[in-house]
Design a protein around this ligand. Structure first.
Ligand code: FMN
Length: 194
């Protein structure tokens, strides 16, 4: 099937990360979320291990995740480093989202494929989601701050010991989406050997 290269270039180059604080609260139809997830599933993976796993938080699930992570931040942060505004943001980022897709990597039982490659495959899958969201004019933001890499979050998500949480994909609509970003020229990052 032929896909217009102009459309593809435009989609890839115009996709932006929009912070959840800019979301307007409008809900995304679950059928669109399933399209986003379906495209996530078509990422490549070494040995076709398909290591991406997603936990979709929606409706009252968002409140559960917001409460959990704000309380965890409070619990694990030394008093002198605790920032009330960060505590609030840990809730509001989630509550302003329509859906939060928690990005996980399922470690292969045999561990034959390198963990690095499994993480790379999940990242490909997440980019599929971000691009699909952009095509639907839905804002997305991959966040990996706060409590992302804690054992407590892993337990909350029901992950096994060797699995990993790689962050959250916040999804929502915005009246003021981010439209600009910056890249150093690709020529500076490429060595062309002939
Ligand atoms: C693996 C990964 C983790 C990220 N984690 C964060 C984060 O914790 N906080 C943040 O502000 N942005 C995070 N970002 C988003 C980047 O800030 C964003 O992609 C970058 O600023 C470029 O913006 P653009 O996507 O609109 O071009 C993350 C991106 C990736 C790929």
């Amino acid at each position: 099937m032929a896909v217009s290269i102009d459309h593809l270039n435009k989609l890839i180059r115009s996709r932006r990360s929009t912070k959840p604080r800019l979301f307007n609260g409008k809900k995304i139809d679950d059928s669109i979320i399933w399209q986003i997830l379906e495209n996530a599933n078509w990422a490549p993976s070494h040995g076709l291990t398909q290591p991406w796993r997603y936990k979709v938080f929606a409706a009252s699930g968002l409140e559960k995740l917001a409460e959990f992570q704000a309380n965890l931040y409070k619990k694990i942060t030394p008093e002198e480093k605790f920032k009330p505004e960060k505590y609030e943001r840990m809730k509001s980022n989630i509550l302003k989202s329509s859906h939060v897709i928690v990005i996980c990597m399922k470690r292969q039982k045999s561990e034959k494929i390198l963990e690095l490659e499994e993480i790379e495959a999940v990242a490909c899958s997440v980019q599929n989601m971000a691009l699909t969201a952009a095509a639907y004019q839905i804002c997305s933001f991959w966040g990996s701050g706060g409590v992302t890499y804690t054992d407590e979050l892993k337990e909350f998500l029901g992950l096994e010991k060797k699995d990993k949480c790689l962050g959250y994909l916040y999804l929502g609509y915005s009246d003021n989406p981010t439209t600009t970003s910056r890249r150093e020229p690709i020529q500076e990052k490429v060595e062309w050997i002939t």
